[in-house]
Design a protein around this ligand. Structure first.
Ligand SMILES: Cc1cc2nc3c(=O)[nH]c(=O)nc-3n(C[C@H](O)[C@H](O)[C@H](O)COP(=O)(O)OP(=O)(O)OC[C@H]3O[C@@H](n4cnc5c(N)ncnc54)[C@H](O)[C@@H]3O)c2cc1C
Length: 364
C-alpha cells in the first residue's frame, strides 16, 4: 500500500527526492494498483470459501474489510481506460474519497496492517497539503478562438511566489464558479515569462464547454503546478515539431524556446522545423506567429490543401538535416498524426539515421 501511494502522489516524496516525472511512475502506480486491488478481492473471495458471508458480516473486523474490498473493487473497475475516459469525474471521486474511506476500514481490520495504513495515510496527506500550499489564485482573461476553443490567460505576476515553468509542462486549473471541486490539466501554451501563462482549451462536454460558453471576460482561477518533465532537445541538430489543432499548446512555446537567443537553448539553438496542421485558416489566429521569433511557422490548412503526407514530411526533414545529424521529432495532436510521424521515425531509424521520437498526449 505505501508503495502504491508513493507512486500515485503528484507532489510527494518521490518527486521531491528523485526529481522524476509524476507521469513516468504513474504507470507503475497503475500496475501496483491493479495488484493491490486484485489481491484484496481474491483475499476476500478465498476467505469466503472457508467462512460463509453471513458469518463475515457479523464480525466487525471482517465486515470493515468487506467494505474496504468493495471500495478496492470500485476503484479497480472505474480505472479501466474506456470507463475512466467516459466518467472521469466518477473515477476521480472514487479515487480520492474511496481512499479516504478504505484507509480507516483497513486500520480496524487487522492490527498488523496498521503501520502500512498509517504510512499510506501520511503519504496521501503530505501530497494533498503540498498541492494546497502550491495552489495560486489569480485572475484570468478569456479569449474566444475559432474551432470551439478558448484561450485562458492567467495573470501570473500577481501570484504569491514566482511561477517558473518549462515548455511542455502543464498546470491544473479550477474555476469554482463554473465547476466546483474540479481541477483540469492543461499544457502551458506560452513560453516561460513572468507575466502571462496562456492555456489553449478545446471545448469538450464538461468544464471546458462551460468555460467556452461563459460570457464573462475574466474568471477567478485557482491553479497548481507546473507539473511534468517534458524532454529537452540538447545535442539535437534539428527538432521537428508537429502539431495538430490544440496540440499547438505544446509545439508553439517549444518552438519559441528552441529558437530564442536568451532561453534554455541559447548556447546552441537547434534548427526548428515547425508544422501546424489545422482544419481552417482562421485557426492560425490562436497564437502569434510573429517573424521575430526566428521560427518558420508553417501552417497546413486541410480545408485548402487536403491532408498532409506526414510520413513524407518527416522523412524529408530528417534527410534535409544532413548525414549523421541528430534529429528529434516531437508531436502533439490527433492519433493519425502521431502514428504517421512515429512510423516515419522508426523507418528512418531502421535506415541508420540518428532520430529520437517524442509524443505529447492530452491524457494519461
Ligand atoms: C497532461 C494533460 C495536458 C492537457 N492539455 C490540454 C490542452 O492544452 N488543451 C486542451 O484542450 N486539453 C488538454 N488536455 C485535456 C483536458 O484536460 C481535458 O479535455 C479536460 O480536462 C476536459 O474537461 P471537461 O470537463 O470539459 O471534460 P469532459 O467533456 O467531461 O471529458 C472529455 C475528456 O476529458 C477527460 N477529462 C475530464 N476531466 C479530466 C481531468 N480532470 N483530467 C484529465 N482528463 C480529464 C475525460 O476523461 C474525457 O476523455 C490535457 C490533458 C492532460 C492529461
Amino acid at each position: 500500500m505505501p508503495i502504491l501511494f508513493l507512486l500515485g502522489a503528484k507532489t510527494g516524496l518521490l518527486v521531491q527526492w528523485t526529481g522524476w516525472s509524476h507521469e513516468g511512475y504513474n504507470i507503475l502506480h497503475r500496475h501496483v494498483g491493479r495488484v493491490v486491488c486484485t489481491a484484496a478481492v481474491l483475499h476476500v473471495f478465498f476467505y469466503s470459501l472457508a467462512c460463509p458471508i453471513e458469518v463475515m458480516v457479523h464480525v466487525t473486523t471482517i465486515f470493515v474489510a468487506l467494505l474496504a474490498v468493495i471500495g478496492f473493487f470500485l476503484i479497480l473497475i472505474s480505472s479501466i481506460a474506456p470507463l475512466r475516459a467516459k466518467t472521469y469525474e466518477l473515477f476521480l471521486l472514487l479515487h480520492v474519497y474511496g481512499v479516504v474511506a478504505i484507509l480507516p476500514l483497513l486500520y480496524f481490520h487487522f492490527e498488523r496492517v496498521r503501520p502500512y495504513v498509517i504510512t499510506s495515510a501520511v503519504i496521501f496527506l503530505w501530497d494533498r497539503i503540498n498541492r494546497f500550499r502550491n495552489a495560486q489564485h489569480v485572475i484570468a482573461h478569456t479569449t474566444i478562438l475559432s474551432g470551439n476553443t478558448v484561450k485562458l490567460s492567467l495573470n501570473v505576476n500577481s501570484t504569491t511566489r514566482e511561477i517558473h515553468w518549462k515548455t511542455g509542462q502543464y498546470v491544473y486549473v479550477s474555476i469554482s464558479s463554473l465547476a466546483k471541486q474540479q481541477a483540469h490539466p492543461f499544457t502551458i501554451a506560452s513560453a516561460p515569462n513572468p507575466n502571462t501563462l496562456d492555456l489553449i482549451i478545446r471545448a469538450r462536454k464538461g468544464f471546458s464547454k462551460s468555460l467556452f460558453l461563459s460570457e464573462a471576460p475574466e474568471h477567478k482561477v485557482t491553479f497548481h503546478g507546473p507539473y511534468g518533465s517534458p524532454p529537452t532537445f540538447e545535442g539535437c541538430d534539428r527538432v521537428i515539431l508537429l502539431a495538430g489543432g490544440a496540440g499547438i499548446s505544446y509545439a508553439y512555446p517549444e518552438a519559441i524556446e528552441l529558437a530564442s537567443s536568451t532561453g534554455h537553448y541559447a548556447a546552441a539553438n537547434p534548427e526548428v522545423d515547425f508544422l501546424w496542421v489545422v482544419p481552417s485558416r482562421d485557426f492560425s489566429s490562436w497564437v502569434d506567429l510573429k517573424e521575430d521569433y526566428n521560427v518558420d511557422f508553417k501552417v497546413w490548412v486541410t480545408a485548402e490543401q487536403g491532408r498532409p503526407d506526414i510520413k513524407k514530411y518527416v522523412k524529408d526533414s530528417i534527410i534535409a538535416a544532413g548525414p549523421g545529424a541528430r534529429v528529434a521529432v516531437a508531436v502533439c495532436g490527433p492519433a493519425p498524426l502521431v502514428r504517421d510521424s512515429r512510423n516515419a521515425c522508426s523507418e528512418m531509424l531502421w535506415e541508420g539515421n540518428n532520430v529520437v521520437f517524442y509524443s505529447e498526449n492530452f491524457g494519461w
